[in-house]
Design a protein around this ligand. Structure first.
Ligand code: SF4
Length: 64
C-alpha cells in the first residue's frame, strides 16, 4: 500500500498524523487517533476531506 501526501486533504495538517517512511521509500500517513478510537483507521484513505477528529497542527505532521 502506498499513499501520497495529498495537500488537498486534512490529514497532512492534523496534529494526530504521523508521516511514516517504509524501508523502500514509500510514504504513509498514519493516524495516531486510531490507537484509542476505533472509528479511525490506522492508515486513512487519502485525501480525507472531512474528519471529526481533526485538530490543527501548528507545525504539521511529524516523522517517526
Ligand atoms: S484524526 Fe482525522 S484528519 Fe487527523 S490524522 Fe486522523 S484521519 Fe486524518
Amino acid at each position: 500500500m502506498t499513499q501520497t501526501l495529498d495537500p488537498r486533504g486534512l490529514c497532512p495538517g492534523c496534529a494526530h498524523v504521523r508521516i511514516v517512511e517504509s524501508s523502500k521509500g514509500s510514504t504513509f500517513l498514519r493516524c495516531d487517533l486510531a490507537k484509542s478510537d476505533p472509528r479511525y483507521g490506522k492508515y486513512p484513505p487519502q485525501p480525507r476531506m472531512r474528519c471529526e477528529g481533526f485538530v490543527v497542527s501548528v507545525g504539521g505532521g511529524t516523522s517517526s
